[in-house]
Design a protein around this ligand. Sequence first.
Ligand code: NCD
Ligand code: ZN
Length: 350
Amino acid sequence: MPDRLTIRRPDDWHLHLRDGAALKAVLPYTAHQFGRAIVMPNLSPPITTAVAAQAYRARIIAALPANADFTPLMTAYLTDDSDADALAAGFADGAFVAAKLYPAHATTNSAAGVTDIRNIDAVLERMAEIGMPLLIHGEVTDHRVDIFDREAVFIDTILLPLMSRLPTLRIVFEHATTEHAVTCVREGGANIAATITPHHLLLNRNAMFQGGIQPHHYCLPIVKRERHRLALLESATSGDPHFFLGTDSAPHAVSAKETVCGCAGIFNAPSAIENYAEIFDAAGALDRLEAFASINGPRFYGLPVNAGSLTLERAPSVVPALVKLDDRDAIRPFRAGETLGWSIVEEDLS
Ligand code: NCD
Ligand code: ZN
């Protein structure tokens, strides 16, 4: 096994950057590792228009550290009222690179999401025509469905029928968490792909209850059984172009996580690529990290791979214990305070 690995500069194809003080606190970690990121639109209020996306992009650029080389790729938040013409115009002029489907009430800031996918038939037809990718939070929201089954039920009742109705629609099944999802994506042809997070590759559902309730291991879709983690691991490290890196880094203040009704989301940005390197190394698949992190994503989105590179070394790196948010609050990273086996040693931004 090599002790040093140089890959094309990677990208993060699923990221929550938030806004204001949180944006300023979390953005440097992503900009340090990644050339680009697909920025999720679930702010409050959500990013539903091209004007709002352009203004958000400008706030992200303004919050970048000096000398950073990072391009935010903006997304539109779909609602029952989304308008096909407005969305297509935003895609044509580069305000959006994709649109995100949040089933209403599936997750953080999704109350304005889509209440029934058939309400946006016209929008989805237009997206298929113009080649605009649809990014899906794939969980049903019916509370009678067990939380651990919501992804599989979404695939059977919503995703597969959508893929038959609109076979040319380009779909990214975000943060895949089940065997069912990876099978559907692997067998789904060239128009579907999936992102996989570091935490879903590392944790199974026991991690939420290890020695007591662990709010920092709570995210949506919720982590699943070991069998599913192994299926994700196999897919991510297989080199299959259907699968690529998306951290779903989702920062929430410690006060919002460690409380009576804690928020869903794991903040993994401070050590994202080091975590993936450790995972691929343990699986004996370091030679496939570049495809997953740097090649498969841009290929799916029809974008060039980054020109620069990133060099990792088998050397200890320590995850920060806390990231300061403001005078009162901080954000606790995934694996806070732990020592990981890989470090970033060089970056060529060229
Ligand atoms: C995300 C968030 O906090 O914005 N939370 C999460 O648990 N992943 C939303 C999401 O991607 O579901
Ligand atoms: Zn997310």
